[in-house]
Unconditional design. Structure first.
Lengths: 762, 449
């Protein structure tokens, strides 16, 4: 056969070679020229895994951990591996039904796919965890994953410590993508304020993942990984025993307590009522608990110590006296002939005392809280002849009050502090069209009118008075473990503010004497602590509230400030109890118990009955029932409007249901009312102490100490926890006095029938 | 045995055997790299027969044994049985229609029990190769005559038709590679040129706007008329030819291609073609879309081919110049590339050994093909030469389409990479083809008919 086409073999070879060259060119393009495939390969197979450090621990002044970490467990599921499990048994262990089980499996599939573990239930309750751990081997595809969780071992200081929660979009935006979705971040309190120190430093691990997004192995044996650095611990000034006592005493009341160490500005205790158990916002039910707290009309999430704005009432008077002394408009010997009211202005201001000579000197005027004297002093300050102008007089006065730390934010190390209000001339210009004089706002001299302060500010003002002119910004944190000396977070708390140190020591001494007389001979005798020189001032602030469009005059707020001891003061306290009535009645006793506890480290047995009494007193205002009803029914109506489901709303329109829900009479069946007036959960401190002492005595085989005999007869030891105080209604406050135990070791609060003094402050 | 040994090895081209051995070794290594997971016991994995690489090893040994038997066979056996084999191949293909089992959207597989399966469309290229060589080597055949060319084309394309009917378009395309053999034996070059131009036109139709393409074609025609104006002056028919070609081209571009895409091809095939040229396929109407979705559903392939190609390109592209090394490739090891043991096996090489390794690997193929062409040209018998060209063409077509598919130059049609891809039938078929060639070459001094 002739090989006539042999040349064509070369063409075939050429075709072969040409095609291979095209492929090699494409390979050159893919593997050498183009960089995007290498990057895409990394995106495919590399996973940046954040490693979360443990958050820092918060200690109190005695080194007790008041905010700690613990481990809870998440139940994870990998849907692809769930095979042949006893679903019924599993559901029984978990306490869910099979429909819910299938729903969650489907949800997990949608969320993370078949092959990646997804949370089936987070933060298992301890008993469910115990059950699951024993049986987890029976359920392939399920595993328990550790998860560090915050814990509050003392069940206290909820408002101060704050809580952690997942970041929201606002935080994400603000943090400049430092946080990632699903990160936990401090959402309030110290947790939020010291987030940077507490959170530590996130570590990053590079993992290789496969086509089903499963993490397979460390990338390059983990050489690129950075380890997580644990958060720094905080040491605070807080005294957790004092804090617990403060919260116990505020039980069943709306109000706030702040105790500060005057020498350092360190906050010893800060409580706000009503409060809640901070552990409710960490555990398995945190979502449900949180919604409950948010929807509660009494506002348990509100930290009234820094966000509650109240009229200081008579507790302002020592400051007024100091300003007057410094401006030389009064002297320690100044007096006023008060006969029960101040009549120099159009509208008389009533005074508590009407006997002659109760305001003969400054010291007596403070002791007896004479309204006339301080109205007069205020007018003298504003109309100061040396200033020649009432406008400049008011401005000057405002400067003084601001110097005492009122009317502006103090800068405490908690987020969202409120500044209170000290009005200036502009406000009165607007309200009175420039036609005003010192009489217009004369009640500002007794801490009313437009003056608003927070309990923290009042406690701080007491520090200034106690320190004779200076203060440190109130703060919780003493030191941050492992932080450099010149830490910017804390440096401003070490700065001494000598805002009113130009006021002479003599002026302070006079005011101190007056304030000491308050507890010796004056308005706060029930608050006196034997063996401690305490300087104090009571206050009773008018309380008006708009409810359903009507202005209601409610029971006065009970306000009290003090510091002790007089020489070398170690604690300054401010207490406010809403609807508490007369200053010494509630707030005074609370403050004195706190001071005693702090200075003596214990409360005298003789005064334990008083502590019990205060703890069990319920002063929750009845109007909260109405508010809660209104909020709930409005929500139900809104829900009906949005979803078309009116079943909830219709309930609120049934007359009998409406009546029952809003019934605030004693013994009411309204769940709202009962929730507000539930019996105190706290054990009787006295009964506890008695049992302890009795056990000690029995062990020592000596008879009961004679000092114990008297109380032992009052409270038979076998009676255990005392009956809760009878359900009270604010309007029936007068019944208070008669319901006390038959024998009292400490005198009962004076003038329980405070309603007669509604028009006046002391 | 010792006496027969020199007889067997006499005249055998050992270079082909060595290349075969090297390629099979690379193949087993690649399958191993693609399926090995950390902590697997390698020795156990190779012995157990449960892993893919151990099965491939078994088939390799089997192929070696079958190859030895082929080398022991008389060359005349292949010429003698060529037509019978072809008839048997067609019979097998027809047998598929009643007995096929439905696997992965194909209707071309017969199953024996659970373990063994046969794909006649794959096997048949061997018989077609022999039959075509037999026909071309007949003394009566005068390949310059169109009649003979037509018969040769029918021999090659009947199995292709049957393959298409079994929904194996990819495999049917392989039979078109036999036109290369016919080209060597004297098929007019114009047919190949026209065929090539036609495919260029089709691709251009897909890539360019219809009007733009029409303008380009018109421009080309005008330029041709201008250049050939003297020739046109001499013979008027040249003008008519150019105008006729222009008319046909525009007709194809305007009517034939859209008609074919809408009515002849299945939607998924159209989509694959679009994927290969890097365009998104937008189904024309609701019915097409539904058909496309059904196709995807029934085919059992969850991820579309676009995904495969993308992952494959990422895997190869991330290899860089020298690659990540054996077992170090993240993309292939963690199964990002689907079907990476079979059709996309080239990714493992591309990622693990980079540009350098891939080029060397392709170089081995080039050496193999060139060697086969050289061998073909030294044959005295037309049968052997045609057969050798057939082997070279089939191998070439498989390699080019497979590799182009993995690097994104060709549409995804599931055809294996010879000697490398996992799959017993494929390895055995190619080995048998190659060993028959070696056997024929050993008898190159003989004239076989």
């Amino acid at each position: 056969m002739p090989v006539f086409n042999q040349s064509r073999s070369n063409i075939v070879r050429l075709i072969f070679a040409g095609m291979f060259l095209i492929i090699v060119a494409q390979l050159f393009h893919l593997q050498i020229v183009s960089k995007k495939y290498k990057q895409q390969a990394q995106e495919n197979a590399l996973f940046r895994k954040s490693v979360y450090p443990t958050r820092g621990i918060i200690f109190d002044r005695k080194g007790k951990a008041i905010l700690n970490n613990t481990i809870l467990y998440d139940l994870m599921v990998t849907p692809a591996q769930v095979k042949n499990i006893d679903t019924a048994y599993f559901c029984q262990l978990m306490g869910i039904d099979t429909a819910e089980f299938h729903r969650r499996i489907v949800e997990a599939r949608i969320k993370n796919g078949q092959f990646r573990p997804t949370t089936f239930e987070d933060l298992l309750a301890p008993e469910i965890y115990a059950r699951m751990e024993e049986n987890i081997w029976k359920f392939p595809g399920f595993n328990l994953q550790e998860r560090p969780v915050r814990i509050y071992p003392y069940y206290a200081a909820a408002h101060i410590m704050g809580y952690v929660g997942e970041v929201d979009s606002a935080i994400l935006r603000r943090s400049n993508n430092f946080y990632q979705l699903g990160d936990y971040v401090g959402r309030s309190g110290l947790e939020q304020y010291y987030e940077k120190a507490l959170m530590g430093q996130r570590g990053i691990e590079f993992w290789i993942k496969d086509n089903k997004n499963r993490l397979v192995d460390h990338y390059q044996e983990g050489t690129l990984d950075t380890p997580a650095i644990a958060g720094k611990n905080l040491h605070t000034y807080l005294d957790i025993d004092l804090q617990q006592l403060a919260e116990r005493l505020l039980n069943g009341k709306t109000g706030a307590v702040v105790a500060i160490e005057p020498k350092t500005g360190g906050i010893l205790a800060m409580a706000s009522g009503p409060s809640f158990d901070p552990n409710n916002l960490t555990g398995p039910d945190k979502q449900a608990n949180y919604s409950k707290l948010v929807l509660d009309a009494s506002g348990p999430l509100l930290n009234r110590a820094i966000k509650g704005q109240y009229q200081p009432g008579s507790t302002y008077k020592p400051l007024g006296a100091l300003i007057g002394l410094d401006e030389n408009v009064i002297t320690p010997a100044s007096g006023i002939n008060c006969l029960g009211s101040y009549n120099a202005c159009t509208k008389p201001v009533r005074c508590l005392e009407s006997w002659a000579g109760h305001a003969a000197t400054l010291r007596l005027a403070i002791a007896h809280s004479c309204n006339s004297f301080f109205c007069n002093t205020f007018r003298l300050e504003v109309d100061n002849p040396e200033i020649h102008s009432v406008r400049r007089g008011l401005t000057k006065w405002k400067e003084y009050v601001n110097a005492f730390g009122l009317g502006h934010r103090l800068g405490v190390d908690l987020p969202s502090e409120d500044g209170g209000n000290i009005p200036d001339t502009a406000v009165y210009d607007k309200d009175y069209n420039h036609a005003w004089n010192s009489c217009t706002m004369v009640t500002m001299g007794i801490g009313q009118d437009k003056m608003l302060v927070t309990p923290l500010q009042m406690a701080n003002a007491m520090c200034i008075v106690a320190n004779k002119g200076y203060y440190y910004t109130p703060h919780f944190v003493k030191s941050i473990e492992g932080a450099p000396e010149d830490d910017t977070l804390l440096s401003r708390f070490h700065q001494k503010h000598e805002t009113v140190s130009h006021i002479s020591d003599a002026a302070f001494e006079v005011v101190h004497s007056g304030m000491q007389d308050v507890t010796e001979i004056g308005t706060a005798k029930p608050a006196r602590i034997p063996g401690i020189d305490m300087c104090a001032k009571t206050g009773t602030a008018e309380n008006k509230r708009v409810i359903d469009g009507r202005v209601l005059k409610l029971n006065n707020h009970s306000v009290f400030v003090c510091f002790a001891p007089r020489e070398n003061p170690r604690i300054a306290v401010s207490v406010i109890v809403e609807n508490g009535g007369f200053g010494a009645a509630q707030a005074g006793v609370i403050a004195s118990l706190l001071v005693e506890k702090y200075l003596n480290d214990t409360i005298a047995t003789a005064r334990l009955a008083l502590e019990d009494d205060i703890t069990n007193r319920n002063l929750m205002p009845g109007y909260l029932v109405r508010l809660q009803f209104r909020d709930d029914s409005n929500r139900a109506a809104l829900w009906a409007k949005q979803s078309g489901d009116s079943s909830r709303w219709l309930k609120y329109q049934t007359p009998s249901f409406r009546y029952m829900m809003q019934d605030t009479s004693a013994g009411s069946k309204s769940p709202l009312y009962q929730a507000l007036h539930k019996p105190a959960p706290y054990k009787s401190a006295l009964a506890e102490r008695m049992a302890k002492l009795k056990a000690q005595a029995a062990a020592a085989t000596i008879g009961l100490d004679s000092a114990l005999k008297a109380p032992a007869t009052v409270h038979p030891p076998d009676s255990g926890v005392r009956k809760p105080a009878p359900v009270q209604h604010p309007k029936k406050d007068s019944s208070n006095g008669t319901e006390v135990p038959p024998v009292r070791l400490a005198p009962p609060p004076r003038r329980p029938d405070s309603s007669t003094y509604k028009d006046s402050t002391r | 045995m010792s006496t027969r040994n020199p007889a067997i090895s006499k005249g055998i081209d050992w270079s082909l055997v060595w290349i075969w051995f090297i390629l099979c070794a690379i193949g087993i290594t690649s399958i191993f790299a693609a399926s090995y997971h950390d902590g697997d016991n390698v020795v156990q994995g190779f012995i157990s027969l449960k892993t893919d690489y151990s099965r491939q090893l078994l088939f390799f040994i089997l192929a070696g044994i079958v190859g030895t038997f082929i080398l022991l066979t008389d060359s005349k056996f292949f010429t003698a049985t060529a037509n019978l084999g072809y008839a048997f191949g067609i019979f097998l293909l027809l047998l598929v229609f009643p007995f096929h089992s439905r696997v992965k959207g194909t209707e071309s597989i017969i199953r024996f029990g659970s373990a063994f399966q046969l794909q006649p469309a794959d096997l048949c290229k061997l018989f077609v190769n022999l039959a075509l060589a037999k026909y071309l080597s007949r003394v009566e055949t005068n390949f310059t005559r169109p009649r003979s060319q037509l018969i040769a084309a029918v021999i090659a394309l009947v199995p292709a038709m049957l393959s298409i009917m079994q929904k194996e378009t990819g495999l049917s395309l392989v039979y078109f590679s036999f036109f290369l053999v016919m080209f060597r034996e004297g098929l007019p070059a114009s047919i190949l040129v026209i065929g090539f131009s036609f495919s260029v036109l089709v691709v251009a139709t897909l890539l360019l706007e219809p009007n733009t393409l029409a303008l380009v074609l018109t421009a080309i025609a005008l330029v041709a008329i201008y250049i050939l104006r003297k020739a046109i002056k001499r013979t008027r028919s040249v003008l008519f030819l150019i105008v006729g070609v222009w008319f046909v081209c525009v007709g194809i571009q305007r009517f034939v291609v859209p008609f074919a895409f809408d009515h002849v091809f299945k939607p998924y095939q159209v989509k694959r073609i679009y994927d290969a040229i890097g365009k998104d396929y937008v189904p024309k109407d609701q019915a097409t879309e539904v058909a496309l979705e059904n196709e995807v559903k029934t085919s059992g392939k969850k991820k579309d081919n676009n995904y495969n190609v993308k992952q494959s390109k990422i895997a190869i592209g991330s290899g860089g110049f020298i690659g990540k090394g054996l077992l170090k490739g993240t993309q292939t090891r963690y199964d990002f590339v689907p079907e990476q043991k079979t059709d996309f096996i080239f990714c493992t090489i591309g990622e693990g050994f980079g540009f350098l390794g891939s080029t060397i690997f392709l170089g081995i193929y080039v050496v193999l093909l060139m060697r086969i062409v050289t061998i073909a040209e030294r044959q005295r018998s037309v049968f052997s030469r045609c057969y050798a060209y057939g082997v070279a063409s089939v191998l070439f077509f498989h390699i080019i389409i497979n590799v182009c598919m993995t690097v994104g130059l060709a549409p995804v049609i599931g055809i294996p990479l010879p000697f490398i891809s996992y799959g017993g039938t494929s390895l055995l078929t190619f080995s048998i083809m190659l060993f028959i060639l070696v056997r024929l070459d050993a008898d190159r001094q003989m004239v076989l008919r």
